[in-house]
Design a protein. Structure first.
Lengths: 767, 81
């Protein structure tokens, strides 16, 4: 999936050297790395402009962003790779694993970096220096982009950049990336590097390890495979420290590490334990000693603030009462906008698509090609586009929450509630959004760092009753649920509606709990979350984020959804029965001929009568065609499986057609029962409700009883009948297996719950 | 002079702090907290408890972290009254 982005990039360091000697050298690879929330992406945007490519790293769902450095067209080309945020080279998340793998040259689809730009937050320098010194010690040509100088100053901290550069042995560029201050200097420096790479200082060892520990590190380093470009010895020594301190270390055969390395590491640790050195913490403590000393030398407190402005804001925004109220307010605004506001652009899009469809209809004569273009392709494109307004709005909100720093506070406030069922505080927004539509909800789960929490959130998101289920709920409740008063203003239809929403939530919570207990059991749910200072968001960053998400959705999921829609069109259109087609053609001719013969000068009234009759005939033909199509046959085929739920094969057709989009149940049932399009106007809807009520089983009893209606509603509340959601699950988990498992699992639960509803109701004597 | 007492960070009221004396936590969490700068001898403040009492917010070396109660319970601090 992502390897294709690298066609211009050699995969192996050796290849890179070969290309470098040619006429047209391969672009230099400069990686941006740093702690989360240090403004790395803002700097990336400032360096590369608007032409970043976004993809995933091979095999994982970690986002990979790279772009060309803007600037001097005469200088050699430079590719900038924006690595995910990391606190350390000892990974605790897939994001950090990627950072480590790229910097240690273990990542198969990224070539060895030529230069490292370490982005550090000047307002939080000490913690940032921990990772910075780790990276400098890898021995690459390195520069420090010391960002957020303005925030540091406002907090009363002056950083002596010249001194910092001397202490770290690499150039330091003070900057405010959000206002581009200091960015041109860094850009010029990178261009200078691309012209003359050898002149640049490389990182050296900074931190003094205990001598015994250092000796063991040197031993291990000697056993590491020798396969790198650049300063090999430094990289091996740094990796040896990481190996020695990592409790979970196992030799990696794919990186050429010999299997007896594990044995050697264990022996080294034993020797250290005998000397009373804690190998787990020795390196960390030594580094903080070194970082603390540097920090003291370069940072001067000009103002002693007991509370930063951000702390003051937090007093209110994480307050037990005010904070909770504010959270509810923010969530309500967000939900309302994706639920209600998004309908305006959605309607415009739908109208636009319909207009294109009717335009094509006018240009082409009726037939298979027109049907393919209008009902297959154009309707399929429409099915993809309708997700876009919700995705755009939701991601605009998410970007706003992330950029301001409020997202971490939202997780802080919700963690206890979500934690009850083993979820993470950050699962709240994806799940809430799923009540509008599961597709943006599942995409929003990207904000959850922990892969298992993220997976559980993705898998239960489709159980939140989305807005596409509403037309189905409304139709079936109107047709099947008697409008009885229960207590006070509470009436049965309203209660059933509420019950369906609750049912989805209850099943979701049960599944989440079960998944965390069994399949996705993690030994230690790490919930350490930084609460970064509040910041003013950059409008261009928000829109850029939104644009990236939307275009990724169209590229990755849109094409597949379109394909599925065309397939479903095919199944609902073919095969055609020539006898049926001929008989309708004859009837049409007869009607027209009859009308012409009776009234040589047709009056207005007769004309209308004729058209009504023809429309009636068209509806019958559409119904006849659908019932005879592959979907109709599939409906009959699955009838034995759904009969125990009280459904007949016509309902089966509705269920199958819903897969393109749930709300299609309404229009499909209208076609199945020969009442035309259905649901377009209130009159149509009432007509359809009436038709449903009139349907009888073969034994003459009514089909749409309260019980059948309830069973069907329960089925719709749970089953994953949405191609869009299934495709997005497939893309976001990077696994067809999970998508199929989800489809089957929710299908099975839906079936079982409907079965219990219908058969249990019959057992209790309900009708 | 009163004796310094060692107690879990979460036993302190919001707004009070102490000096880290030990991290009684499983490997992963301990390593990560150390890497974030919570080494022995660091001053750490108990900032606030979330509305439902869990998670908690702590502050050290100028940055604020949220962590779950049962993890924060393992941070032992020394306080002088």
């Amino acid at each position: 999936m992502s390897a294709d982005l690298l066609t211009a990039q050699p995969c192996k360091p050796e290849a890179s050297r070969q290309r470098g000697s040619r006429q047209n050298p391969a672009p230099k690879l400069v990686v941006l790395t740093g702690n989360p929330n240090c403004g790395k992406t803002t700097l990336f945007n400032a360096l590369t402009g608007l032409r970043a490519k976004v993809a995933n790293y091979a095999g994982v769902t970690v986002e990979r962003k790279e772009g060309r450095l803007l600037g001097d067209s005469t200088a050699p080309p430079v590719t900038i790779l924006d690595l995910p945020g990391a606190y350390s080279l000892s990974p605790q998340s897939p994001d950090e694993q990627i950072v480590r793998d790229v910097l240690l040259q273990h990542c198969k689809d990224v070539s060895a970096p030529d230069m490292v730009v370490l982005v550090a937050d000047a307002s939080n320098l000490e913690r940032n220096l921990y990772f910075a010194t780790q990276v400098i010690e890898l021995g690459y040509p390195t520069v420090i982009a010391l960002n957020m100088m303005d925030v540091a100053r406002a907090n009363g901290r002056e950083v002596d950049c010249a001194r910092l550069a001397r202490e770290l042995g690499v150039p330091v560029f003070p900057m405010v990336a959000s206002s581009r201050e200091g960015v041109p200097e860094l850009r010029d420096h990178i261009i200078g590097f691309s012209i003359n790479p050898d002149a640049h200082p490389i990182g050296r060892a900074l931190c003094q390890l205990p001598p015994d520990f250092q000796a063991e590190v040197e031993q291990i380093a000697r056993w590491l495979p020798n396969r790198r470009k650049g300063s090999n010895a430094r990289l091996s020594a740094a990796e040896a420290v990481l190996i020695l301190t990592d409790e979970r270390y196992l030799p990696r055969a794919d990186s050429g590490e010999s299997s007896d390395l594990g044995e050697k590491v264990r022996d080294a640790r034993k020797r250290l334990e005998q000397k009373a050195i804690d190998w787990r913490t020795a390196a960390i403590e030594a580094r903080y000693a070194c970082v603390g000393a540097i920090h003291k030398l370069v940072v001067c407190e000009t103002l002693s603030l007991s509370e930063t402005p951000s702390d003051k804001l937090d007093r209110v925004l994480t307050h037990k009462v005010w904070g909770t109220l504010f959270f509810i307010f923010v969530m309500a605004v967000m939900f309302q906008s994706i639920f209600t506001l998004a309908r305006i652009p959605t309607h415009l899009l739908e109208n636009g698509i319909a207009w294109i469809g009717s335009g094509i209809s006018r240009l082409l004569s009726p037939g298979d090609l027109r049907s393919l273009l209008v009902d297959g392709v154009v309707a399929g494109v429409g099915a993809v586009m309708v997700f876009l307004p919700q995705i755009c709005l939701l991601f605009l909100f998410i970007a706003l929450l992330e950029e301001t720093g409020y997202m971490a506070r939202a997780a802080f406030l919700m963690d206890r509630v979500m934690g009850k069922v083993g979820l993470h505080g950050k699962s709240f927004i994806p799940l809430l959004s799923s009540f509008a539509c599961a597709v943006p909800g599942i995409l929003a789960a990207r904000t959850i760092e922990h892969p298992k929490d993220r997976l559980v959130t993705i898998l239960i998101a489709p159980l939140m009753s989305c807005s596409a289920r509403l037309p189905v709920y409304t139709l079936l409740i109107a047709a099947c649920i008697p409008d009885k008063q229960i207590a006070g203003p509470l009436r049965l239809p309203g209660l059933v509606m509420l019950g369906l929403y609750t049912l989805g939530i209850v099943v979701a919570m049960g599944l989440a709990w079960l998944a965390k207990k069994t399949l996705l059991k993690s030994h230690m749910p790490l919930m350490i979350l930084e609460l970064p200072p509040y910041r003013r968001p950059l409008i261009r960053t928000l829109f850029r984020h939104m644009w990236e998400r939307a275009s990724l959705f169209v590229q990755r999921a849109g094409t597949v959804i379109l394909g599925i829609n065309i397939l479903l069109w095919f199944l609902a259109t073919y095969p055609r029965n020539p006898t049926v087609e001929n008989s309708y053609r004859t009837q049409r001719h007869q009607l027209t001929a009859l009308a012409a013969a009776e009234n040589p000068a047709p009056r207005q009234l007769d004309e209308e009568k004729l058209h009504a009759k023809l429309r009636e005939l068209d509806k019958q033909l559409a119904g006849e065609r659908l019932r005879g199509s592959f979907v109709g046959r599939l409906g009959r085929f699955i009838e034995p499986a759904i009969a125990p739920l009280g459904f007949d094969w016509k309902i089966g057709i509705g269920i199958l057609s819903s897969f393109a989009a749930r709300e299609l149940f309404v229009s499909t049932m209208a076609v199945v029962y020969n009442v035309g399009s259905g649901g377009d106007t209130d009159e149509d809807r009432l007509g359809l409700v009436q038709t449903l009520r009139e349907q009888k089983r073969s034994d003459g009893t009514p089909l749409y009883t309260t019980l059948t209606g309830l069973a069907l509603l329960v089925f719709y509340a749970i089953a994953l009948q949405c191609a869009g959601t299934a495709v997005v699950i497939f893309r976001e988990t990077n696994s067809l297996g999970w998508a199929l498992a989800e489809l089957l699992c929710l299908g099975a639960i839906a079936w079982a719950m409907s079965f219990l509803t219908y058969q249990g109701g019959r057992f209790l004597g309900l009708q | 002079m009163t004796e310094a007492t060692v107690q879990p960070l979460t036993a302190l009221p919001a707004g009070k702090g102490g000096t880290v004396s030990a991290l009684d936590l499983p490997g992963d969490v301990r390593a990560r907290l150390l890497e974030l700068g919570l080494v022995v001898g660091t001053h750490v403040e108990m900032v606030r408890f979330a509305p439902l009492g869990d998670p908690v917010e702590i502050r050290f070396r100028g940055c604020n972290l949220s962590l779950r109660r049962h993890e924060a319970d393992g941070i032992l601090v020394e306080t002088t009254p």
